[in-house]
Design a binder for this molecule. Structure first.
Ligand SMILES: Cc1cc2nc3c(=O)[nH]c(=O)nc-3n(C[C@H](O)[C@H](O)[C@H](O)COP(=O)(O)OP(=O)(O)OC[C@H]3O[C@@H](n4cnc5c(N)ncnc54)[C@H](O)[C@@H]3O)c2cc1C
Length: 289
């Protein structure tokens, strides 16, 4: 059995080279709150660990001139929470990331690690999908971008190709009257895996919803973008009829597992309930209530 090698490059190019050279058994290390647990449990034994915490681009948060944000893939939730404006513009994205684990875990856990781990129940992902966030990826063939919604391909699987590293999330600028929210249901009060998670991002103009996106987690092999739910909200005042239609669309989109945390029927019903609550919270935030 060979020892695990460790490198901590300071540039993306060095990290990509090292990671590609490491082959199938190389692993990226961000916060380590999934990777080290999996190693400790004997599930994986990397030949090489490429630590990305020393690379500026992956650990910085930038507000762009147009009011968008670029969040490095390895930025920990606790660090993002201290940014002066991010949480005011994207409170739902921030609350998704900072529902992860405990205070200690939030000091390490990144949105990039949450997305790359590939869990359908990853709490940072539904609000990123609702935000229409774009990821930048770099690998041996260069840089490319894709929507977060297209990134997961199944439980534990992603669109990353051999040697590719997730670099950052780009969140678009927001029109006035926009906000978002993320809610999850867990069987315990904290430190558990979501049985349902719903992220809603929307824009309200004079009491009418003019734009919306809905991300739904933990109820299918990947986090889902639920366009039918968003379409039910758009053009409405978020009245009961619109919320009922959007909730039904979320429930209809569910294709969940049945396990000790929740039955299929329970997860399907709760998806609709959380849609309504998340939409109302996002709308109140958008209106400055
Ligand atoms: C006690 C505890 C409680 C938890 N609670 C929750 C919870 O409530 N909700 C939840 O969603 N998760 C939870 N988790 C899981 C974990 O904390 C999250 O998934 C976290 O976001 C992972 O981020 P990380 O930076 O620690 O990732 P890491 O562990 O460093 O990496 C995770 C995976 O992604 C890969 N990776 C990381 N970054 C990149 C990158 N930039 N490019 C390519 N591949 C990359 C790694 O190789 C690894 O396979 C919990 C974990 C623990 C230990």
């Amino acid at each position: 059995m060979t020892d695990t090698q460790y490198v901590a490059p300071t540039t993306v190019d060095e990290a990509v080279s090292a990671y590609a050279a490491g082959g199938d058994t190389a692993r990226i290390l961000a916060g380590g709150t999934d990777l080290l647990v999996q190693m400790g449990a004997g599930m994986i034994r990397p030949g090489l660990i490429v630590d990305i915490k020393k690379i500026d681009e992956l650990n910085s948060v930038t507000e762009t001139a147009d009011g968008g944000f670029v969040v490095g893939a390895a930025v920990a939730g606790a660090v993002l929470a201290e940014h002066p404006t991010f949480g005011k513009v994207w409170p739902g994205v921030l609350e998704g990331l900072n529902l992860i684990g405990s205070t200690q875990v939030q000091g390490r856990a990144s949105a990039g690690g949450n997305l790359c781990n590939g869990s359908p129940a990853g709490d940072a992902v539904p609000a990123m999908v609702a935000a229409d966030a774009i990821v930048t990826i770099q690998g041996p063939k260069g840089r490319r971008e894709m929507a977060v919604a297209d990134f997961p391909t199944g439980p534990g699987r992603t669109s990353l190709e051999a040697g590719e590293i997730l670099i950052s999330f780009t969140l678009p600028p927001r029109p006035a009257g926009s906000s978002d929210a993320y809610l999850r249901m867990i069987p315990r009060t904290e430190m558990d895996i979501a049985v349902v998670g719903v992220g809603v991002s929307l824009t309200m103009e004079n009491g009418t919803c003019t734009a919306a996106r809905v991300g739904l987690g933990a109820v299918a092999p990947t986090v889902l973008l639920v366009e039918d739910a968003a379409n039910a909200l758009i053009g409405s005042t978020l009245d009961d009829a619109a919320l009922d239609t959007a909730a039904a669309a979320c429930s209809a989109a569910c294709n969940p597992i049945d396990d000790k945390r929740g039955t299929i029927a329970y997860r399907t019903k709760v998806a609709g309930v959380l849609l309504k609550r998340s939409a109302n919270i996002a709308a109140d935030r958008a209106k400055g209530v």
